[in-house]
Design a protein. Structure first.
Length: 427
C-alpha cells in the first residue's frame, strides 16, 4: 500500500485537490487517505495518469547498439510513460507473429513500462504484400505501420486499411511523398537554398496526406466489417494540418500526432549545420510550428508522440548529409512541453496531460485513464522543480539532446505501472 499525501491531481478532466491518494492492489483505493506502509509527501507535486507514447523506436531486434528493450523502456519510465508503442522498422522488421510475441514476452519480464508493439503493415516493410495482419494482432500487435518508409502503393494501403479495420486496429502512416522529398535533409526553402542543402518540401507531406485521405475514403466505402482508421504520424506542416482539419470536419476516422521537436524547434536550428537537429520529417518554419500549436488546442492533433529515434553518437556526429535522421526524447518530452507550452505560453495543463494520456489511448481504441477511485494506478508524479537537461544521465543509449543544458520543470519523480514503481526519484 502506498499513500501520496497532499498532492494536486490533474488529468483530462481538469485540476483539483489537494488529495491524499491511497494506492493498493494495482488501483486507486481512495482520494481521502488511509493506512499505508509507504507514505510520500506530495506537497507541491502533481499526480497525473501515466503517459502513453504512440511512436518510439526501441531498435530491438537487430539494432541494439542504438537502443534495446531494457534501456528504451527504462527511459520511457523515467519520462513518465507507463505504456509505449514500439515501431517495427527493426532488423528484421516486425512482420511475423512469433517475433512480436517474443518481444512482448521479453518486455513483460523486464518489469518496466509496458510494451505495445506496432507491427509492419507489409512484409519487410517493402510496401508490396500485406503482412499477416490477423496473426500479428493475435500475437499482440496494437498498430500496423511501415513507419520509416512511406506507403507508395495506394492500392496496398487501401487493402491494409480494409483488413486492419476489420480487425479493429488502426493503420499509421509516414505521410511523405518520396518523389517530392527526394534527398532532402532539411526543410525546403530560403534557408536550405542559402546553406546549399537539399530540401524536403512541405508539399511532400501535404500531397501524401491528401492522397491517403482519399485512400481512406475509398476503404470506408468498400468496408464490409469494421471501420478503417488512419493515423498520421509526426505531422509537421501547416498545410498538412489544414487537410486533416477539413477531413475531421467531414467526419473521416483520421487521427494525428505531433512531436516535441516539431512543437519547440524550427529549421533555424539547422543554420549551424548541426546534425543533432536532423529529423524526418524535417523541422519546419515558425509558421508551421505555430499552426501545430493551434492544432493541439482545437483538437485536430490528437496526441503528442515522441518519435524517439536513438542512434549512436558516432552516427549523429557525421556531417549533415550523412548523419541519420532522429532525436531521442522519451526522457525529456513532458518536461520540455510543460515548460515551453504550459509555463511559458499558458497552454492549458489538462489539455497537455490529455495529449499524453487520453489522446493517444483514443487513437488505439483504449479507454481513458482518469484519477478516480477504482482506476488503475498507472500514474506519474511530477515535480515543478527546475533542473537542466543532462544527457549523460539518460537511461537511453542515445546520450545527446538538442535541449542539453536547458532548464526544464515538470520532471517525473515517480512512475507507477498498475501500482508498481518502475521509476523512483522520491519517497
Amino acid at each position: 500500500m502506498m499513500l501520496i499525501k497532499n498532492v494536486l491531481l490533474v488529468d483530462a478532466q481538469g485540476q483539483r485537490g489537494p488529495a491524499d491518494v491511497l494506492i493498493g492492489e494495482g488501483r486507486i483505493l481512495s482520494l481521502e487517505g488511509g493506512e499505508a506502509r509507504e507514505v510520500i509527501d506530495g506537497t507541491g507535486l502533481l499526480l497525473a495518469p501515466g503517459f502513453l507514447d504512440l511512436h518510439a523506436h526501441l531498435r530491438e531486434p537487430g539494432q541494439e547498439v542504438k537502443e534495446d528493450l531494457f534501456t528504451g523502456l527504462l527511459a520511457a519510465a523515467r519520462g513518465g510513460y507507463t505504456d509505449v508503442v514500439s515501431m517495427p522498422n527493426t532488423a528484421p522488421p516486425l512482420d511475423q507473429p512469433e517475433t512480436v510475441r517474443a518481444l512482448r514476452e521479453k518486455a513483460e519480464g523486464l518489469g518496466l513500462a509496458r510494451l505495445h508493439p506496432a507491427a509492419a503493415l507489409t512484409l519487410g516493410q517493402e510496401g508490396k504484400a500485406l503482412a499477416p495482419l490477423g496473426l500479428l494482432k493475435a500475437a499482440g500487435a496494437i498498430l500496423f505501420t511501415d513507419d520509416g518508409r512511406t506507403n507508395e502503393d495506394a492500392g496496398t494501403l487501401a487493402l491494409g486499411l480494409l483488413q486492419a479495420g476489420a480487425l479493429g486496429v488502426p493503420v499509421a502512416v509516414h505521410a511523405e511523398d518520396a518523389s517530392l522529398r527526394r534527398g532532402g535533409v532539411m526543410n525546403d526553402g530560403p534557408l536550405s537554398d542559402a546553406l546549399g542543402l537539399p530540401g524536403n518540401p512541405p508539399e511532400a507531406e501535404a500531397a501524401r496526406i491528401a492522397r491517403d485521405l482519399e485512400v481512406l475514403r475509398y476503404a470506408l466505402r468498400r468496408a464490409q466489417g469494421g471501420t478503417p482508421r488512419l493515423h498520421v504520424q509526426h505531422l509537421s506542416t501547416e498545410r498538412g494540418l489544414a487537410l486533416l482539419r477539413e477531413a475531421k470536419r467531414a467526419g473521416l476516422p483520421v487521427t494525428a500526432e505531433a512531436t516535441p521537436h516539431h512543437l519547440t524547434l524550427t529549421e533555424e536550428a539547422l543554420r549551424g549545420l548541426d546534425p543533432l537537429f536532423k529529423v524526418a520529417p524535417p523541422l519546419r518554419t515558425e509558421a508551421d510550428r505555430e499552426a501545430l500549436l493551434e492544432g493541439l488546442l482545437d483538437g485536430t492533433i490528437d496526441a503528442i508522440a515522441t518519435d524517439h529515434a536513438p542512434h549512436t553518437l558516432a552516427e549523429k556526429e557525421m556531417d549533415l548529409l550523412r548523419a541519420p535522421f532522429g532525436i531521442p526524447s522519451l526522457e525529456v518530452a513532458f518536461p520540455l512541453l510543460y515548460t515551453e507550452l504550459h509555463l511559458k505560453r499558458g497552454f492549458p495543463l489538462p489539455r497537455l496531460i490529455e495529449l499524453f494520456t487520453d489522446g493517444p489511448r483514443r487513437v488505439l481504441g483504449l479507454p481513458p485513464l482518469h484519477l478516480g477511485v477504482g482506476a488503475e494506478a498507472s500514474l506519474v508524479l511530477l515535480s515543478p522543480k527546475a533542473r537542466p537537461v543532462d544527457p549523460s544521465r539518460f537511461a537511453s543509449k542515445a546520450r545527446y539532446s538538442p535541449w542539453a543544458g536547458q532548464s526544464l520543470s515538470g520532471w517525473p519523480v515517480l512512475t507507477l505501472v498498475a501500482g508498481r514503481a518502475v521509476h523512483r526519484a522520491v519517497g
